[in-house]
Design a protein. Structure first.
Length: 165
């Protein structure tokens, strides 16, 4: 999974995206829909988030914790060797995102990266690993600090997706 350097204008958009009114109000309602549409149009190779912020986006397919049905969601996914790191920030909301509960219930997931699909197993990082992965996530998107400050005191979970061999 390649990642291009982030431009100055993408950094500005990242800063705007971390503002509560924009992230919790506007982006939480619409961004996943727009990303899904652009991903479909580009055969899984581009997302609106990547274009505007430079963040690498993957499509996570989980099995619904209650429904048992496949659920697709575009997310920022950060490479760490063969593993992919996900941050369950929910854009700074006080609750964890639905995909987090789905993969806790069913850790076998599928991940689409640049139009290529692979199987992974998900696990939530433990306390001894968390700080290193948190710093990795912040190196991609400093806005997680703002999300952490307004998420109601919950510790934002970090998930590692490890490829199935």
């Amino acid at each position: 999974m390649e990642h291009s350097p982030i431009s100055w204008w993408q950094r500005i958009i990242q800063r705007l995206a971390s503002i509560e009114f924009i992230s919790s109000g506007f982006l939480s309602r619409y961004l996943h829909r727009w990303d899904a549409a652009v991903l479909k149009w580009s055969n899984g190779k581009k997302s609106l988030t990547t274009i505007f912020t430079g963040l690498p986006v993957v499509v996570l397919t989980t099995t619904g914790a209650r429904s048992g049905k496949p659920r697709n969601v575009p997310l920022a996914g950060y490479p760490d060797g063969e593993n992919i790191i996900l941050v369950a920030s929910s854009l700074g909301n006080t609750h964890n995102p639905d995909w987090y509960y789905n993969l806790k219930s069913n850790p076998e997931v599928q991940l689409n990266i640049n139009g290529q699909s692979s199987d992974y197993v998900a696990r939530v990082v433990d306390k001894s690993e968390r700080e290193g992965y948190w710093q990795l996530a912040l190196s991609y998107y400093p806005g997680y600090q703002a999300y952490e400050q307004r998420c109601g005191g919950r510790e934002i979970p970090i998930v590692i997706l490890e490829p199935v061999t």
